[in-house]
Design a protein around this ligand. Structure first.
Ligand code: ZN
Length: 406
């Protein structure tokens, strides 16, 4: 149950019931499409008249459309309803240290165009400039100028989602930056921003055919940093100052390398990409100068995994170590949050056959119950673009979300 916040609520008005039922109906269409009005009335225990009224409203707003008629054993054949997705567009942007990717997709998440460019370092204004030109070109060539519903941007850093402001993105060399307002002004489109793990978690709540049956899960991103998006009771956990999920900075090795946050032996300093590559190349990760050297070397995780596949024993050892540390990190999540499922997104997913038994062993050794020790873990390969899907979810999710009342 949720406690009513007496400092921040919306009083019920004459239209409140209608608004709640509208969102329930819309979500039912999304999950069960194609669906008939009679089926909706049955699922909602509502009269046909009320359902017809809600459906007419959603048809007029262009949220749903009428498709083919269904076969019926007798009487009039019902017309089936669908969510309108094909002629509604969304732009997703994934900003990463080295490259920024853009996707143009329809409302069902079907990819229409994908491109990427080098991220300008230490210069958020230059990034906005580059994005503005590319987004306009993408929309024009995709015939999507008219019906683009918005832009979602995923950022590696701490984000104030409500204000649309990046608070800190040390990987990019950014301090505070009004990203949503600046990009919104440049493109004339609504912009929503979020950090990567939270956006990836949101994508699993809202996109894709396999609607998740658990309302409690976590999404772990392993990339240049390590972050966690926590979903509890079907809602993202953002925390008091919207900085929750920084599990990457939990200490896991007291004598480990110095992390970019200043502490020693954080998970991130042991299992993030840079840490893994440093281990392989024999670089001292504590030395900041080596981070730059690693970036400049253009040697990446896929390169390291390719070397492991071709029989490089040191590459195998470096990845195995990452698997063990990842297992320590996941066991903290298992014990602390008891998720129904864990997703792991990032390049490490391409070496899952190697790391899974190692991280499973760490979790089994630390989990307090056998059930928790067997928490399902699903790797999500970078080739499936989880971060871009997360960016798209930032635009799509609010359309289907439950109304916030009290
Ligand atoms: Zn740290």
């Amino acid at each position: 149950m949720r406690k009513i916040d007496t400092r921040n609520f919306r009083r019920a008005t004459r239209s409140t019931a209608r608004e709640v039922n509208r969102q329930i109906l819309l979500e039912l269409v999304r999950e069960h499409q194609p669906i008939s009005r009679a089926d909706l009335a049955r699922r909602m225990s509502l009269g046909r008249g009320t359902v017809t009224e809600l459906v007419n409203g959603l048809l007029a707003e262009g949220e749903i459309y009428e498709g083919a008629t269904a076969m019926a054993p007798r009487g009039r054949r019902p017309t089936l309803l669908h969510i309108r997705t094909r002629d509604r567009f969304v732009v997703g942007v994934d900003v990463r240290f080295s490259r920024t990717s853009l996707i143009l997709a329809d409302f069902a998440g079907r990819q229409l165009a994908l491109e990427s460019f080098e991220t300008p370092l230490n210069a958020p204004e230059l990034l906005v400039e580059a994005l503005q030109a590319r987004i306009r070109r993408l929309l024009e060539s995709g015939g999507a100028m008219e019906n683009c519903q918005g832009i979602g941007v995923v950022v590696p850093g701490v984000v104030d989602r409500k204000a649309g402001r990046v608070l800190a993105a040390p990987q990019l060399g950014w301090g505070e930056f009004e990203l949503a307002a600046t990009l919104g002004e440049a493109t004339g489109l609504p912009v929503a921003i979020e950090n990567a793990p939270m956006a990836c978690a949101l994508a699993h709540l809202w996109l894709g055919g396999d609607v998740i049956k658990t309302e409690n899960f976590v999404y772990v991103t392993v990339a240049d940093g390590v972050g966690v998006g926590v979903v509890a009771n079907g809602q993202l956990v953002r925390g008091h100052g919207s900085t929750a999920g920084e599990f990457g900075h939990i200490p896991s090795e007291p004598s480990g390398p110095v992390c970019r946050c200043g502490s020693r032996g954080c998970l991130e300093a042991c299992e993030a990409h840079l840490a893994t590559l440093a281990r392989y190349l024999g670089y001292d990760f504590s030395d900041r100068e080596n981070h730059r050297r690693l970036h400049d070397s253009q040697f990446t995780m896929p390169d390291l995994i390719a070397r492991f596949r071709s029989g490089d024993a040191r590459a195998r050892a470096a990845l195995e170590e990452t698997g063990r540390y990842l297992g320590i990190g996941l066991s903290i999540l298992v014990n602390g949050l008891n998720p129904g499922r864990i997703f792991v997104g990032g390049e490490i997913a391409a070496a899952w056959d190697l790391v899974e038994p190692l991280l499973r062993r760490e979790i089994a050794a630390r989990a307090l119950t056998r059930a928790a020790g067997a928490t399902p873990i699903t790797p999500e390969p970078a080739t499936e673009h989880p971060r871009l899907r997360g960016a798209m979810a930032l635009v799509v999710a609010p359309v289907f979300a439950a109304p916030q009342l009290a």
